[in-house]
Ligand binder design. Structure first.
Ligand code: ADP
Ligand code: ZN
Length: 519
């Protein structure tokens, strides 16, 4: 039930008639002084969940947000609605910061936005204790977890903030991406009780997810843009070099394109970002440095030119499409080889071994997403722990109108070959053995003597690889953790080998895999 005061503020201050799903529940908890974690998809309306209580509580609401670039806009928008809000971050000098803090101490401000880095300075928490803080709002709360995809050490101080402030503020944490592990972490660190988790689910019913596999990416991109001329969109590539390549390609075809990466000067970045935001150049080609907190509502497509590191990043980046609720596309252009770039990033990161193992695990999930035959939206929801949903009916897998073929026999060949290889090898060797390749290493190991050698020799190696990826995505094959992913047979795969389970895959009936032409 919506608190009648909350509803009045929604109407009077924000001009909306009714709450969106979950908003009233979250607001009511916060007004009752109960610590809460709100999980809502991008565009779901998280901001109002703390802005409305902020106006109804006597003291100050402290909003911690990593989106420094956005703070000013957010505050301006609130001011325009007649709400006393301000921010402090590194763009301001010492005097101005002090001035703003004093205003807050005098009760002249209802919402104070701060960047998490503020808390790295010893003494900042003491300064805050001069303020009567009623609510501590933690935006992008997944940044507090080591297991999230965007961990920020500064966020760890927030545990102390909540505990040390005399005013005992109510904590509201907000995020659009949290696996179970991350959500648990957030709740522990911010003292949110078991019942304090409010989730409206992660689904984005206006997004159409597509995986485009093994096609020439540039050709696809140009075809897509031809059909979607004049739309705003973001194209993500994984390296600066690829960003330059794609941006140059589109510029050569006279598309209004701009680009963004972390190495550009801040002047250039700001300029390009604005060109994009104000639709002067509505196509943005960028690395993942772009987009955190970008609130452009009319983004009609987000295309990943390469596979990102994990599904959380993917969903967050893809989720920048369609914030206005209108139909939009989320497209992943996938080539198995692209995984190498991500492997390289993980290998060369300075994370410890545990975290590297976690990264490899996440990358494997990303790979599964690219290769699954199941509903893509459902796959993502399952990843975030939301089960029992129906297929979306819109994604490229749901719309794949090819018939299911029974591929049990081929699957059995692959699985038994894994067992012959004693689960000690990866996809590369498995493919070669099944194809009957005369590979040096293979011959050295005497794998040409295995009974499974050459069992799929009528298929192209590429198609054998794709079959292995499919069986992995569907959990018939288990992937070992680590850089050199060795393959094993899962329990489900065991059932297939014992003839207790059949395997079906959507594909064209005749050229099952690509059989030789003389059939
Ligand atoms: P999030 O932070 O969850 O991505 P925002 O808080 O930025 O989403 O809200 C997304 C958009 O939805 C904003 O333009 C906001 O004004 C609008 N909005 C939020 N709540 C409501 C509501 N109850 N009714 C109508 N529009 C809303
Ligand atoms: Zn679907």
């Amino acid at each position: 039930m919506a608190d009648s005061r909350a509803l009045a503020v929604l109407k009077d201050k924000f001009g909306y008639d009714s709450f969106r799903r979950g908003q009233d529940q979250v607001i009511e908890r916060v007004l009752n002084g109960e610590n809460t974690l709100a999980v809502m998809p991008t565009g779901g309306g998280k901001s109002l969940c703390y802005q409305i209580p902020a106006l109804l509580e006597p003291g100050l609401t402290l909003v911690v947000s990593p989106l420094i670039a956005l703070m000013k806009d957010q505050v301006d928008a609130l001011n325009e609605n007649g709400i006393a809000a301000t921010f402090i971050n590194s763009s301001l000098d010492y005097q101005e910061i002090n001035h703003r803090l004093s205003m807050a101490a005098l009760g002249e401000v209802k919402l104070l936005y701060v960047a998490p880095e503020r808390f790295d300075a010893p003494g900042f928490i003491d300064e805050l204790s001069r303020l009567n803080i009623s609510i501590l709002a933690v935006d992008e709360a997944h940044c507090i977890s080591h297991w999230g995809h965007d961990f920020r050490p500064s966020y760890l101080h927030l545990s102390d903030v909540a505990a040390q402030l005399q005013s005992h503020p109510t904590v509201i944490a907000l995020t659009a991406t949290a696996t179970k592990k991350v959500a648990t972490d957030i709740c522990e660190r911010l003292d949110i009780p078991d019942g304090g988790f409010v989730s409206t689910g992660f689904a984005r019913p206006n997004l159409t997810f597509n995986v485009i596999k093994d096609q020439d990416k540039d050709t696809y991109l140009l075809e897509y843009l031809k059909l979607n001329a004049n739309q705003a969109g973001i194209i993500y590539a994984s390296t600066i070099k690829e960003v330059d390549h794609v941006a140059a390609l589109l510029a050569s075809k006279h598309y209004p394109v701009t680009k963004y990466n972390g190495q550009m000067s801040s002047t250039e970045r700001n300029q390009n970002q604005e060109d994009f935001l104000f639709d002067r150049k509505p196509i943005m080609v960028a690395t993942n440095a772009f987009g955190m907190g970008i609130d452009k509502s009319n983004v009609r497509f987000v295309i990943h030119y390469q596979v990102p590191s994990d599904l959380e990043s993917y969903y967050q980046e893809a989720g920048r499409a369609g914030r206005d609720g209108l139909p939009s596309d989320a497209i992943l252009l996938y080539k198995a080889n692209d995984i190498r770039t991500q492997l390289f990033f993980i290998e060369n990161s300075d994370a410890d071994e545990d975290h590297k193992a976690e990264q490899y695990r996440k990358l494997n999930k990303m790979k599964q997403y690219a290769n699954t035959g199941d509903c893509l939206q459902q796959f993502i929801l399952n990843y975030f722990g939301q089960t029992g949903t129906a297929p979306c009916g819109r994604c490229s897998n749901c719309l794949d109108d090819r018939d299911y073929q029974d591929i049990t026999l081929d699957a059995q060949k692959v699985l038994s070959c894994i067992i012959r290889l004693r689960s000690g090898w990866g996809k590369g060797m498995l493919t070669k053995v099944l194809a009957g390749a005369r590979d040096k290493k293979l011959l050295e190991c005497n794998f040409d003597k295995l009974s499974t050698y050459g069992l799929l020799s009528s298929y192209r190696q590429k198609d054998i690889g794709s079959l292995i990826d499919f069986l992995t995505a569907e959990d018939y094959i288990q992937v070992g953790n680590g850089k050199f992913t060795t393959l094993g047979v899962s329990e489900k795969g065991g059932n297939v080998l014992r003839g207790k389970e059949t395997v079906r895959r959507k594909m064209a009936a005749k050229a099952k895999q690509s059989l030789p032409v003389d059939d």
